[in-house]
Ligand binder design. Structure first.
Ligand SMILES: Cc1cc2nc3c(=O)[nH]c(=O)nc-3n(C[C@H](O)[C@H](O)[C@H](O)COP(=O)(O)OP(=O)(O)OC[C@H]3O[C@@H](n4cnc5c(N)ncnc54)[C@H](O)[C@@H]3O)c2cc1C
Length: 537
């Protein structure tokens, strides 16, 4: 049996695990860092992510004319997360929310800057809330280089650390259980997957940083939120293939508390990846705002139309309320070029490669490359020169005749006719929201100015079939502000910490029911740093 010893054992080499390892090494500790995945995937989901981080009160905000404060952010956070629904279970999440908004500038932003990580100059305004109950101001800061740079820079810092010799780094190691020595957690045991050999890793402290549960679709279904009816027949996987909650179960076995697992941050714009790296691999589209969002029959979902940028959870809830829980977006090439995007590093090469020229080109002339990739490869996208042909292709794709041509035609024509009457007479909620979105510079560049769907010069027409894609676990292992894992009576379990998505980003669900976005990557850095501070005493 292989065995490893350190002062601390970290299970999981995603962002939370890497940050914890860096901080412990810098404080003179010996660290064992174990990950189930291959070394190529070191960095976990952060490496694939877009790299948007919620930070309050930054120079980027100030330069963009935004005044933001922890008090304003906390108000937004608590209202958007619907805190107050169940006060007893919100004690730790609320304290974490408060701590995050107070400390994000110093403990996330400044810390990342010290590691050479920078941000695009203009913060984005995401999750505004359906009726203004979300982010009052833009505070989503996109990492220059996407999550690939974020994870990459920290991995380089770890590998080049002056105390690198004090780090035992092992891949292909699956932890299965925690080791309990007289009531104190002193390590973990598991299996080296390639050889089947068992291993143990021991230390004075153990940090669980194994991510959430959303990579296991059976588990996602088991914990499906009551607001979302029954789980859809098809759910795509946009999480980590090893985010299966194995260590959540190990914590439960030790008497630990795991809370709010039915709170998830899933997306409504999921399409199948054509080069899947896991079963049911889904991409999450940034759904075009100028597209008409239709249900499985081709009827516009309403009465308030679906428009992204306001409330991600509401989009999921509304699609799941339909008899068949998938949807269609109807658009044209002009809209696609300006608005269609895919979340993550993979399909944002200009930002990922830090190409200022490429970024400017995509912003001004549309992201031709991503649109062409999607159209050429994605099984859930159909294109046609005319609407009858498009609807025929939609039905052929679905394998039935559920989409009614007359309904789609009448819906698109009514919408286009309203646009033609001119902005002074716009009385469609989607057009009102498009006008509102365009008022913020960061969105004006990426949102068409009232684009008709059937316009002859904007084609061909495009329809995208969108499934729910599983992404982030908002709930998780309950922790106090030192990231110490709490037992079901609320007392810390000696020796055991949890950080990142495993801990619901802090407190077993610091976001509440909804997230202001960017609190995930931010929450990984923050909760890992709090764990280390607590360990160092
Ligand atoms: C495409 C995409 C875009 C995203 N964009 C953003 C964004 O813009 N902003 C934002 O805030 N968030 C974003 N996220 C979410 C964010 O990336 C994650 O929430 C965050 O990176 C989670 O980090 P983590 O360290 O907690 O867990 P993970 O990244 O899941 O890492 C956990 C690690 O633990 C390992 N592991 C799991 N089980 C075991 C075991 N039993 N034994 C040993 N090792 C194990 C895994 O192999 C993995 O390496 C995005 C996610 C994706 C997929």
């Amino acid at each position: 049996m292989a065995s490893y010893q350190g002062d601390a054992v970290i299970i999981g080499g995603g962002l939370a695990g890497i940050v914890a390892a860096l901080e412990l090494l810098s404080a003179g500790r010996r660290v064992v860092l174990l990950d189930r995945d291959d070394e190529d995937n070191f960095g976990g989901l952060a490496k694939e992510s877009f790299g948007g981080i919620l930070i309050v009160g930054t120079p980027e905000q100030k330069r963009s004319g935004i005044t933001d404060t922890p008090a304003l952010a906390l108000g937004d956070w608590l209202s958007y997360g619907e805190f107050g629904r169940d006060a007893a279970s919100e004690h730790w999440p609320r304290l974490w929310a408060e701590a995050y908004v107070n400390d994000s500038r110093a403990d996330i932003y400044e810390w990342l800057k010290r590691h050479g990580i920078g941000f695009l100059p203009m913060p984005q305004w995401v999750e505004r809330g359906m009726f203004g109950n979300g982010n009052s101001v833009p505070r989503w800061h996109i990492t220059w280089g996407t999550g690939q740079r974020l994870a990459g820079a920290l991995i380089v810092a770890l590998q080049a650390h002056p105390r690198r010799a004090a780090l035992t780094l092992r891949f292909g190691h699956r932890a299965d259980a925690l080791i309990d020595h007289g009531g104190r957690i002193t390590g973990c045991r598991g299996v080296i997957e390639e050889t089947g050999e068992e291993f143990t890793a021991t230390g004075d402290h153990v940090i669980v940083a194994t991510g959430g549960i959303n990579g296991d679709l059976a588990r996602v279904r088991e914990n499906w939120h009551a607001d979302w009816r029954a789980p859809p027949a098809i759910i795509l996987n946009g999480s980590h293939k090893f985010a299966d909650g194995r260590l959540h179960d190990a914590v439960l076995k030790q008497g630990g508390a795991v809370t709010h697992l039915d709170r998830m941050w899933n997306y409504a714009g999921g399409v199948r990846h054509w080069r899947p790296r896991k079963p049911d691999h889904g991409l999450s589209l940034v759904p075009p705002r100028s597209a008409l969002w239709l249900n499985w029959r081709g009827e516009r979902i309403g009465p308030i139309p679906l428009v992204s940028g306001f409330d991600t959870r509401d989009l999921v809830t509304r699609v799941c309320a339909q008899e068949r829980q998938y949807s269609w977006q109807l658009l044209n090439r002009k809209i696609a070029l300006k608005e269609l995007a895919v979340s993550g590093a993979e399909f944002n090469p200009s930002i990922r490669e830090r190409s200022a020229i490429g970024f400017l080109r995509d912003t001004l002339f549309g992201n031709q490359w991503v649109v062409d990739q999607l159209i050429a490869n994605c099984a859930d996208i159909v294109v046609a020169p005319t609407l009858p042909e498009l609807v025929a292709k939609m039905n052929a794709l679905q394998g039935d005749d559920a989409v009614d041509y007359e309904t789609v035609r009448a819906t698109a024509e009514r919408y286009d006719a309203e646009i033609a009457r001119g902005p002074a007479l716009h009385n469609d909620e989607q057009l009102r929201r498009v006008a509102h979105l365009r008022r913020w510079r960061g969105d004006r560049l990426r949102t068409c100015k009232f684009q008709p769907i059937l316009a002859a010069d904007a084609g061909p027409l495009i329809a995208i079939r969108e499934f729910i894609v599983s992404r982030k676990s908002l709930g998780g292992i309950q922790t106090d502000l030192g990231s110490r894992v709490l037992d079901r009576a609320g007392a810390p379990i000696p020796g055991l910490h949890a950080a990142g998505e495993a801990a619901g980003f802090g407190g077993g669900g610091m976001n509440g029911l909804r997230a202001l976005e960017g609190t995930f990557l931010g929450g990984c850095v923050y909760s890992a740093r709090r764990a280390v501070k607590n360990i160092l005493g």
